[in-house]
Design a protein around this ligand. Structure first.
Ligand code: NAD
Length: 473
């Protein structure tokens, strides 16, 4: 294979590998060149996948079988880490090392759920009765995946759904489906037929999955707009829902923070994966007394960032992952300037092939500036200064999104106090965006419904069943 070639596997449908019914072009975002085409699933394949997924009685009942499958899946992901990472890098432009880290983290999510045990909770056990609650599987889970971290997000959903006894239909984004097809082909020999299908498709196909009468739960990660459409489409069937949606995370830098030491962390919190992280820093609020040195330290971090070939070991930031996201940023940055933002660093596409955009830093006064108001999901960060902590908290909370937020300062207790006032599912102190399998993650307000990870994540993929037994008198 030349450096740019990838093998595009077939679809995993009801236990077998099959061709799709159509295809979509796959572009290498680092070059703009075609990598081939990804097969798309048909509605007939969806029907067969759902029927097979519902006929998995042994899987539902046998926790040990599922746990050993999850262990084997984690092992095969790790054994194929570099190959999967290479495809992921080609497909969405992640620096190769970052792609390797994503694949390793995905294996960690599989391992975490492989070790999960849940005992019934006994509520009454006396002469008259025994009453306990257990967690029962929902049945067939549709897992709809975005393009920005497909391996991690798919493995997190598959692992949790499997641990709870469900079977899963994964629907990758057509913009990031190749690595997930590879994953499906790797998992196929490890799993009973039907417990996993991998069916790439567009938004209409996703909606057909949501509406399918055989599907009991939709676990979706992606944009607010698609989340709203999914909630509406799930309403007639009263489907169980887990929605992990967009964020507009604020970082509040308190007056006692050391600008130089926080700048590097803020830089990575905002620009990691070229800013395409749901819980990345999307706005920085800095106290006016340290606004100048912090802006300077951030400028230096941004100007020092090495942008380039994802396979070059020196590369810190890759391109935007697709044309659509590149165009959003290429419009939003000039729009922000026209609305009064002052450019500090970057500001332009780099030109040449591929969807590279310079890491961009702007100072902004007005919270109504599009770069502040909207989720940019790209390498452009606004810095805003504030006078009082109350003002900073109010401005950070003045959004319908509430995924994450962070507070930075030397007095940790004070920073924790401020963090607790953020209306966000995760409130970090002197860090941002840490997501681990055992730590609940999700959004307040329009950033989502439910929580992924940890025990709350497991609970959302299962039904609570009460077993109530009368004892003989
Ligand atoms: P998107 O919403 O456009 O697409 C996500 C997935 O949903 C894709 O597979 C797409 O084909 C499918 N889809 C779109 N419309 C649908 C519909 N009406 N019915 C069913 N399926 C539909 O999002 P994206 O552009 O792929 O990802 C970027 C967004 O995802 C950002 O807003 C980001 O913040 C968010 N995100 C959130 C998290 C989180 O955990 N909260 C994680 C990653 C990304």
């Amino acid at each position: 294979m030349t450096s740019d070639e990838i093998l595009i596997p077939e679809l995993l449908v009801a236990g077998g590998l099959e061709r799709g019914g159509g295809s979509a072009d796959v572009e290498n975002p680092a070059t703009g060149m075609s990598l081939g085409s990804i097969p798309m699933a048909t509605l007939e394949q969806l029907d067969r996948a759902v029927i097979a997924a519902a006929r998995t009685r042994e899987w539902r009942l046998d926790a040990a079988l599922r746990q050993s499958a999850l262990e084997a899946m984690a092992a095969i992901v790790l054994a194929n880490r570099d190959d999967l990472a290479r495809t992921l890098s080609l497909e969405i432009g992640l620096p190769y090392k970052v792609a390797q880290d994503e694949v390793s983290a995905a294996a960690g999510f599989l391992q975490y759920r492989a070790g999960e045990r849940h005992e019934p909770e006994v509520l009454h056990d006396d002469a008259r009765q025994r009453v306990e609650t257990v967690r029962a599987p929902i049945g067939v889970v549709g897992a709809i995946i975005p393009w920005n971290a497909p391996v991690l997000i798919a493995c997190e959903k598959i692992a949790t759904a499997f641990a709870a006894g469900n079977s899963v239909i994964v629907k990758p984004s057509p913009l990031a489906g190749v690595t997930l097809l590879q994953l499906g082909a790797l998992f196929q020999p490890l799993l009973p037929a039907g417990v996993l299908s991998v069916l790439p498709g567009d938004a209409d196909f996703g909606e057909a999955l949501v509406r399918h009468s055989g599907v009991g739960m939709i676990s979706f990660t992606g944009s607010v707009r698609a989340g709203q459409a999914i909630m509406a489409a799930a309403a007639p069937g009263l489907k169980r829902l887990s929605l992990e949606l967009g964020g507009n995370d604020a970082a509040i830098v308190l007056p006692d923070a050391d600008p130089r030491s926080v700048a590097t962390k803020l830089f990575w919190g905002a620009f990691y994966r070229t800013g395409q992280v749901c819980a990345g820093i999307k706005r920085v609020y800095v106290h006016k007394d340290i606004a100048a040195p912090l802006t300077e330290a951030l400028r230096s971090a941004v100007e020092g960032a090495v942008l380039g070939d994802p396979f070059d070991a020196n590369t810190m930031l890759g391109p935007l992952s697709n044309r659509q996201q590149f165009e959003i940023i290429a419009h939003m940055v000039p729009e922000a300037r026209a609305a009064g933002a002052t450019l500090i660093a970057g500001g332009n596409p780099t030109g040449g092939g591929g969807y590279f955009f310079q890491p961009t830093l702007m100072t902004v006064e007005d919270d109504d500036n599009p770069l502040v108001r909207e989720e940019q999901f790209g390498p452009a960060l606004p810095i805003l200064s504030y006078a009082t902590v109350d003002e900073a908290v109010d401005r950070a909370n003045a959004t319908q999104l509430g995924l994450g937020g962070s507070v930075w300062g030397t007095d940790t207790d004070e920073a924790i106090g401020v963090a607790r006032r953020l209306q966000t599912g995760s409130a970090w102190v002197n860090r941002h965006g840490l997501v681990l399998p055992d730590i609940p993650f999700g959004g307040f307000k329009m950033s989502g419904v439910g929580r992924a990870n940890g025990r709350p994540g497991f609970d959302s993929y299962s039904e609570l069943q009460t077993i109530s037994v009368a004892k003989p008198r």
